[in-house]
Design a protein around this ligand. Structure first.
Ligand code: HEC
Ligand code: HEC
Length: 318
């Protein structure tokens, strides 16, 4: 689809948006149920080759530098030129804050550090393997849920739930301890993670909501790289390697101006903007989508902290 056709399609969608709830005409439901492409997906970042055709421009640092030297634009590097390659200066105070929470003693003098080492040294690398099946809780958990559970069950702190400032800031802090580690979420071996991945993939390609969009409607070609509400969506391969991300100036309710977008926040934000119903952070379907996204970054090194927006807006020009 070229840009003017994409514009027309969006116009049509806006018109449909006026109708309270949109339903596929009878007999059409099956045809429109899933956005195409699900069967081509593999749980590795190189799976992008089957979708966008830009992977060779961003598959590693040298490729990004070469692409930049050739004058390619950010969307031709899946935005990895800044969201992945450049560290965020503004996020450093957030990491400092996370470190304070991490070492902050409760009434009994215990902190996260009591079990996970000073400054979390025993948690190095673990974020690259999250989400993970937690046998104690009997379910697959994302970083924010694990942090909430540890705070509540091991430290008696009730308030560090998903989507609170301490939780999001700690999530970025813990993720930062895995900076440079290759994402590795095993969704090939049979078990709860694989099942979560398969469900998440289905959710990602399933059309839903008032606009009848799937996540994939925007995050796979032909929409990828084209303008949409003044932005260009990325392909879903590799994105999870730079989450949580510093997302100034945006916040979500509950985020408390920390400007940290955990992957759960980002999923909710897209659901909201594309008029799907928003999931509850840490719920099964939200975890499933995160497993799908994270496994789609398998093999790509984590880069934390980076920033959602480039200081230079040149990348928006073309
Ligand atoms: C009393 C010891 C204890 C304390 C205190 C504690 N944890 Fe944990 N943590 C654990 C155990 C045990 C696990 C294994 C999973 C479980 O039990 O839920 C774990 C798992 C984790 C994991 C996942 C590790 C992995 O390999 O997947 C993270 C991340 C984590 N904790 C962060 C924190 C943070 C942040 C805090 C402070 C809010 C904290 N923990 C406090 C014992 C503790
Ligand atoms: C209407 C189009 C649209 C739909 C539908 C949509 N998104 Fe997005 N998404 C965007 C745009 C636009 C951005 C921000 C621009 C960008 O990625 O560069 C974005 C950003 C993201 C990012 C962050 C990318 C990055 O590099 O930081 C993730 C992850 C994401 N979306 C996941 C999802 C998920 C999961 C769904 C389904 C629940 C979804 N999106 C549905 C348009 C959409």
């Amino acid at each position: 689809m070229n840009k003017s056709k994409a514009g027309l399609a969006l116009g049509a969608v806006a018109a449909v948006g006026a109708i309270a709830s949109w339903q596929a005409p009878a007999g059409e439901a099956a045809k429109h149920d899933y956005w195409p492409g699900r069967e081509k997906v593999i749980p590795h970042v190189s799976g992008d080759r089957r979708f966008s055709g830009t992977y060779d421009n961003w598959k590693d640092e040298a490729s990004i530098r070469a692409a930049k030297a050739k004058g390619l634009m950010s969307h031709e590097m899946n935005f990895k030129d800044f969201r992945w390659l450049e560290k965020s200066f503004d996020a450093w105070p957030v990491l400092e804050e996370g470190k304070e929470y991490f070492n902050q003693p409760n009434a009994a003098g215990k902190s996260c550090a009591s079990c996970h080492g000073p400054d979390g040294e025993k948690l190095k690398g673990v974020y690259a393997n999250l989400p993970r099946f937690n046998a104690r809780l009997g379910k697959v958990v994302v970083g924010p849920t694990q942090i909430r559970a540890c705070a509540k069950d091991y430290l008696g702190i009730d308030g560090w739930k998903e989507n609170t400032r301490p939780n999001s800031v700690l999530d970025m802090y813990v993720a930062h301890l895995s900076d440079g580690r290759k994402v590795d979420v095993d969704v090939i071996s049979p078990g709860p993670l694989k099942e979560a991945y398969e469900r998440g993939k289905n959710l990602y390609f399933k059309r839903t909501g008032q606009f009848h969009f799937a996540c994939a409607s925007c995050h796979t070609p032909p929409t990828v790289g084209n303008y949409l509400r003044g932005q260009r969506p990325s392909t879903f391969f590799g994105d999870a390697a730079h989450y949580p991300i510093y997302h100034f100036p945006y916040t979500l309710p509950g985020d408390d101006l920390a400007h940290v977008f955990t992957l759960q926040h980002q999923i909710r934000s897209c659901q909201m903007l594309s008029r799907m119903s928003q999931g509850t952070e840490g719920s099964r379907s939200m975890v499933d989508i995160e497993v799908f996204l994270k496994a789609s970054a398998n093999g790509y090194p984590m880069s934390i902290p980076t920033q959602e927006y480039n200081m230079s807006t040149d990348y928006l020009k073309r």
